[in-house]
Design a protein. Structure first.
Length: 318
């Protein structure tokens, strides 16, 4: 296995690789033996060592493949939407995207619930996060990370001018097997009262949790669970997923030229899609395809777009 060195520092595979190195050394020692008349014995032992090494390689490959399969078919994701350029209209668009994903999730039979909401005085989202659960849910949402742009005439625009605004989306898979464990010493935690409606518990108990991963500056808030413990558990899951995502984004950028699939880098700063209301057109810039029926798409009819992205990704990896 020519590239086995890359698994020597991975906690999941490092001990298996050590066994591979031990067998490798024994094989080298065996090959150095030049005693006449022992060729048959040496060959028999060499074959046995090579078989053991192949078994180790298969173990490593199985672990790597299991992680890859789980990443693609995670049964839970966190959806984050954040208003971008465009003022109040951007916050309205962020809410429109959240509603679009909620309706799409419902059409798939997935559960959809709020984790944290930050609204403005016109019922738009400055930022919001949601939990989506269902079988292989990540496979249907994983290409949505990036900047979404909408071009339309706002309801408040009296002169009929077209307004362009943006919102960013991030999809974070919540994996059963964590790719990394955060050091508790690297996490700052604060508690506060949850805002908004929700009964007496919201106003009297400091159930809302804010976590900051100090090495990266990544911040997470969780406010929608009823207890501080549940918000703390949920916040840690999301924080871990966000740190994993940032690491994966950096790796994707570093090896972009080597990647077979070019369906985006998974970076939330990448502009991926434009929704042009007046022209009834939605364009995905990564695969250079457009669809009509924008009203239906914003109402959750995302299947044609999702399927096109999945097919393009499969073709790129073929």
């Amino acid at each position: 296995m020519d590239n086995i060195a890359q698994y020597e520092t991975d906690p999941r595979t490092m001990y298996i690789v050590k066994e591979y190195r031990r067998l490798e050394e024994k094989l080298a020692e065996l090959d150095a033996m030049q005693q006449e008349g022992m060729e048959a014995l040496v060959q028999e032992e060499r074959s046995e060592l090579q078989a053991q090494m192949q078994a180790v390689v298969e173990q490593v490959q199985a672990i790597v493949q299991e992680d890859a399969d789980e990443a693609k078919s995670a049964n839970e994701v966190i959806l984050e939407v954040r208003a971008g350029a465009g003022g109040d209209e951007a916050s309205i668009f962020a809410r429109d995207l959240a509603v679009m994903y909620e309706k799409y999730a419902s059409s798939k039979g997935y559960s959809f619930s709020a984790v944290s909401l930050s609204e403005n005085n016109i019922d738009g989202y400055k930022e919001a996060s949601f939990q989506i659960r269902g079988k292989v849910v990540y496979d249907f949402f994983r290409f949505e990370t990036g900047v979404h742009r909408i071009q339309r005439v706002p309801a408040t625009e009296k002169s009929g001018r077209i307004h362009t605004s943006t919102a960013s989306v991030a999809i974070l898979p919540i994996r059963k097997k964590k790719l990394l464990e955060l050091d508790p010493g690297d996490i700052q935690m604060e508690f506060s009262r949850s805002g908004g409606a929700g009964g007496q518990n919201v106003n009297k108990v400091e159930s809302a949790v804010r976590m900051v991963h100090t090495p990266t500056g990544i911040e997470v808030r969780c406010t929608e669970e009823r207890t501080q413990l549940r918000n703390r558990e949920r916040a840690l899951e999301i924080l871990t997923a966000k740190v994993e995502q940032e690491r994966e984004e950096q790796e994707a950028k570093a090896y972009a030229s080597m990647r077979k699939s070019q369906i985006g880098t998974g970076d939330r700063s990448e502009k991926i899609r434009t929704y042009n209301v007046l022209q009834d057109r939605v364009t995905d810039h990564r695969i250079k395809k457009s669809w009509s029926n924008i009203e239906g798409i914003l109402a959750g009819a995302l299947d044609p777009i999702i399927q096109a992205l999945q097919e393009a990704d499969q073709e790129a990896d073929a």
